[in-house]
Design a protein around this ligand. Structure first.
Ligand SMILES: *Cc1c(COP(=O)(O)O)cnc(C)c1O
Length: 424
């Protein structure tokens, strides 16, 4: 699989060696000690320092934003490591290094959106491949897989990945990718991905890909459980401020060929992320641990409040002991995250609209993972691209409400939900 994608024109590729190193100055505390070389650095340290080193030109502590589309050559085979921003850009490299460090992967590539990150991953598959996806994947992922099926001949099987026997039976000689999203959107169902990865890896050349958008590397580290690829919509928690769309693909530790493939496919598709957007995501990353901790505290309290509320039916949140996979969540995640969904006991569009219109701090909008709380109606919004039958198979009812819990005072969020849920 590796050779067809080998593209020498990608920074990081050993064949790309016509470079001059940036000038190195002597002395200066910490000048040469890149954070990833410090053994045992914690996640918060990695978030602050990942991908960043004092700028060799002026010593700027924060990495400069390089907007230039093109880079000068000194002579026909010498430049400073970059030639054209689609192929590589120093600001993007800083973000890629930070994300690879946080996930514990070998390398990363940053894309214009989460969807283009998924597109890059799908473009690793040779013609005639079969892909197995979790049945309750993100609506956009479903739409892209259906498109690839129709226009590019990708064979796709949707499965409940909790059913390991069904998975075993579905794996074919041409199965080249298993697509996992855990916890899933919007029902917060988990996939035991150590078990799925073990089955997937019995099949030669089969990549186990995990969309880690819902938890971020702060709360879930898929490579430690056998994933080959981690995919992100950095639009969500990684950036965290709802002012960028972006994505990333990270390759497993020790896997240089896969790193080269994702970087070269991103370059050839032209899906690489704009430098300004990379700069913003890198800035957002620095507070990821702080944000995730508070997101989680708020979400746990609100999940418990909703669980006890007389107007609320089922609450889907892995942090509740009533969640069918609460034990798995404790084992495989480092926290429960801040996405939850619930059904109203008394449903119907009128009642649903009554609740949604009364909410003040929760904005009715798609997306998630920002500082502000959002509410969504999956059947008409995030999952409208799924057919009603596919939604039915995935268990997404028309009465389901999804919340992305933000960083407001939890008391305000609780009283907002309480007043919106009153029947009158
Ligand atoms: C939002 C999202 C995507 C798509 O990302 P965009 O940045 O919107 O293109 C993919 N997967 C999951 C789980 C998401 O939440």
């Amino acid at each position: 699989m590796s050779e067809q994608f080998l593209d020498t024109n990608v920074p990081g590729n050993p064949a790309y060696h016509f470079t001059i190193q940036p000038p190195v100055r002597e002395g200066g505390a910490g000048w040469l000690h890149r954070p990833e070389l410090v053994p045992g650095a914690g996640m918060a340290t990695k978030c602050v320092h990942g991908g960043v080193q004092p700028d060799p030109a002026y010593g700027a502590v924060m990495p400069p934003l390089y907007l230039s589309s093109t880079f000068a050559f000194k002579d026909i085979c010498t430049n400073a490591g970059y030639d054209y921003t689609r192929s590589g850009n120093p600001t993007r490299t800083a973000l890629e290094e930070a994300l690879a460090l946080l996930e514990g992967g070998h390398g990363a590539t940053c894309t214009s959106t989460g969807m283009s990150a998924i597109l890059v991953a799908l473009n690793l598959l040779p013609h005639g491949s079969h892909l197995i996806s979790t049945v309750d994947c993100y609506g956009g992922t479903f739409r892209l897989l259906e498109h690839a099926k129709r226009f590019f001949g990708l064979e796709v099987t949707y499965l409940d990945l909790a059913d390991l026997e069904a998975l075993k039976a579905a794996i074919k000689p041409n199965t080249r990718m298993i697509w996992i999203e855990t916890p899933s959107n919007p029902l917060l169902l988990l996939t035991d991905f150590a078990a799925v990865a073990e089955l997937g890896h019995r099949q030669p050349d089969c990549l186990v890909a995990v969309d880690n958008t819902f938890l971020s590397p702060y709360l879930q580290r898929p490579f430690e459980l056998g994933a080959d690829l981690v995919i992100h919509s950095t639009t969500k928690y990684l950036n965290g401020h709802s002012d960028v769309v972006g994505g990333a693909v990270v390759a497993a530790p020790g896997n240089l060929p896969l790193t080269q493939q994702i970087q070269s496919v991103n370059n050839l598709l032209g899906t690489s992320q704009a430098p300004h957007d990379c700069f913003l995501v890198l800035r957002g990353l620095k507070t990821l641990p702080l944000r995730m901790r508070q997101h989680e505290v708020n979400a746990q309290q609100l999940a418990e409040f909703l669980h006890a509320h007389p107007a609320v039916g089922k609450v889907h949140f892995p942090g509740l002991p009533s969640h069918p996979q609460h034990a798995l969540a404790k084992r495989q995640q480092r926290g429960f995250g801040a996405m939850l969904s619930f059904e109203l006991k008394e449903g119907g569009n009128e009642r649903l609209n009554h609740v949604l219109r009364r909410l003040r701090w929760f904005t009715l909008a798609e997306s998630l993972g920002g500082v502000e709380s959002l509410v969504a109606h999956p059947a008409s919004m995030t999952h409208a691209s799924m057919t009603p039958e596919a939604r039915g198979r995935a268990g997404i009812s028309d009465d389901l409400i999804r919340l992305s819990i933000g960083l407001e005072d939890v008391a305000d969020l609780r009283s907002d939900l309480a007043q919106a849920l009153t029947l009158s």
